[in-house]
Design a binder for this molecule. Structure first.
Ligand code: NIG
Ligand code: FE
Length: 387
C-alpha cells in the first residue's frame, strides 16, 4: 500500500468540525494531508507533515473534498438544444421533451451509450466530481431500463431506477397500466441492479398517489427512496418524500412554508438543482429560506439533455451563491457533504481521517474562486481513492 502526502495546501476544507477552525467547514491554512490508496490517514499543518512514500505538491492551491453529484441522468442519447433555445426565447417548460430523449435512447446501441456516458462522466470528474449518482429513465421499458441501469453501474455504485419519469407514448392514456408495470415486472427486473428508486412526482408526470404506490413497491423490493418533487409547481412531492423518509427530494423550486417546516423536522435532504432552473428559465428556489429553517441542502448538476446539460459543479455553486442566497461556504458544503448526506454516505464529501481520499486540488489559493471565477479552469486535479 502506497502512502502519499499532499504538501503546500494554502487552504484545506475538510468539512470536519473537529479540525482546523472548528467551523462546519473544518478549514486549515498552510496545511498538508496524508492518504493511502483508499483513505485519509492524517490532516494537519504543513510544517508538521509526516513523511510518506510519495509527495504531491499542491503548489499553494486550495484543496476541497471531491464533489458528490447526487442527481444525474447521465445515460442518454441525442440532444435537445432546440428546446433550450426556444425556452430562452420565451417558451414554457412542461416536461414535454422527455419522450424525444426516450426515442433517441431506445434507438442507440449499447456501445454508443457507453461511450457517451463515459465522456460525460470524465467531464464531471475533470470538473471535480468524485462520487456521482446516475439514474435510468430514458427507455421506460423493462429491458431498456435494465440496460440503462447496467450501464450506469459501470460508472457508479449510486444507481437509481427511475422508470416513473413519464408515461411512455405507447401507453397512450393507460396511466394505470404503466404504473402497474413500473411497480411490477419492471421493478422486479430493475431492483437488483440499483440502490435507489426515484419518481418524477410533478405536474405532467406522476401524481402523489401514483408516486406513493411505486415508491412503496420499490421499498418492498429493497430499494432506498429519493424523488423529484416540486419542480414545476407546488405538487406535493416534498410532503410525500417526508412521509416516506426518502433520503432526498430534488428540485424543490416551488415549496410552501409547511413543506419547509416538514423538511426541517425530517431527515430528508432538499437537493437543489439550479442548472435546471437556469436552463428552463425558472425562478430559483430560495436556499436561504430552507437553510434558515434548518433544512439540510445539497446541490447537484441534474445533468440531462432536456433541462440541465450541466457537468460543472463550480457553475452550480456559482448559481447558488449568486441567485439562491447561499454563502460560498454553504454552497461548497452542499456540493460535497450535502450531496453525501443526500446519498446517506458517511465516507465521502469530507476529508476527515478515515474518510475516502477523494479530493480536488484547485488552481486558486481559496476555494471561493469556484464561484468568483465562474466558468474558469479552477479545478486543477481530481483525485479519487482506488478502493
Ligand atoms: O430532472 N424533472 C424531470 N427530469 C429531468 C428532466 C428530464 C428531461 O427533460 O429530459 C429533470 O429536470
Ligand atoms: Fe432530474
Amino acid at each position: 500500500m502506497t502512502t502519499r502526502v499532499v504538501r503546500h495546501i494554502a487552504e484545506l476544507t475538510t468539512n470536519d468540525p473537529s479540525l482546523g477552525d472548528h467551523s462546519v467547514m473544518g478549514r486549515l491554512l498552510d496545511a498538508a494531508l496524508v492518504h493511502d490508496d483508499g483513505h485519509v490517514l492524517w490532516v494537519g499543518r504543513d510544517d508538521e507533515a509526516p513523511d510518506a512514500d510519495e509527495v504531491l505538491d499542491a503548489a499553494n492551491g486550495a484543496v476541497i473534498p471531491g464533489f458528490v453529484d447526487s442527481h444525474t441522468h447521465l445515460v442518454f442519447a441525442g440532444e435537445r438544444s432546440d428546446e433550450f433555445e426556444a425556452r430562452m426565447a420565451g417558451q414554457h417548460y412542461d416536461g414535454g421533451g422527455i419522450r424525444r430523449t426516450v426515442e433517441a435512447t431506445r434507438a442507440a446501441s449499447t456501445d454508443e451509450l457507453r461511450a457517451t456516458t463515459a465522456a460525460r462522466a470524465a467531464e464531471l470528474r475533470a470538473n471535480g466530481v468524485t462520487t456521482v449518482e446516475i439514474k435510468s429513465a430514458y427507455e421506460l421499458t423493462t429491458d431498456g431500463e435494465v440496460r440503462l441501469l447496467d450501464l450506469a453501474g459501470e460508472f457508479s455504485d449510486e444507481v437509481t431506477f427511475l422508470g416513473a419519469h413519464v408515461v411512455p407514448e405507447e401507453f397512450g392514456r393507460d396511466r394505470d397500466g404503466y404504473v402497474d408495470l413500473v411497480g411490477g415486472a419492471m421493478m422486479d427486473a430493475c431492483a437488483p441492479r440499483a440502490r435507489w428508486a426515484d419518481v418524477f412526482c410533478d405536474r405532467g408526470a406522476f401524481s402523489v398517489d401514483e408516486s406513493r404506490a411505486i415508491l412503496l413497491r420499490a421499498r418492498d423490493a429493497g430499494l432506498e427512496l429519493r424523488l423529484h418533487g416540486n419542480q414545476l409547481g407546488d405538487t406535493g412531492g416534498v410532503a410525500l418524500a417526508v412521509e416516506l423518509d426518502a433520503a432526498s427530494v430534488d428540485h424543490c423550486t416551488f415549496v410552501r412554508d409547511d413543506d419547509v417546516l416538514q423538511l426541517a423536522a425530517s431527515s430528508t435532504v432538499a437537493t437543489l438543482l439550479p442548472g435546471a432552473d437556469f436552463s428552463t428559465r425558472s425562478a430559483y428556489p430560495s436556499a436561504r429560506r430552507l437553510l434558515d429553517a434548518g433544512v439540510v441542502v445539497a446541490l447537484a448538476t441534474d445533468c440531462n439533455p432536456g433541462t440541465s446539460y450541466v457537468t460543472n459543479m463550480g457553475f452550480v455553486i456559482a448559481l447558488a451563491v449568486r441567485e439562491m442566497g447561499m454563502t460560498f461556504d454553504e454552497a461548497l458544503w452542499a456540493a460535497t457533504r450535502g450531496g453525501a448526506t443526500a446519498l446517506r454516505r458517511g465516507d465521502v464529501g469530507r476529508l476527515a481521517v478515515g474518510a475516502r481520499a477523494d479530493f480536488v486540488v484547485l488552481d486558486a489559493p481559496r476555494a471561493a474562486h469556484l464561484a468568483y471565477r465562474p466558468g474558469g479552469a479552477v479545478v486543477q486535479r481530481t483525485e479519487r481513492a482506488l478502493r
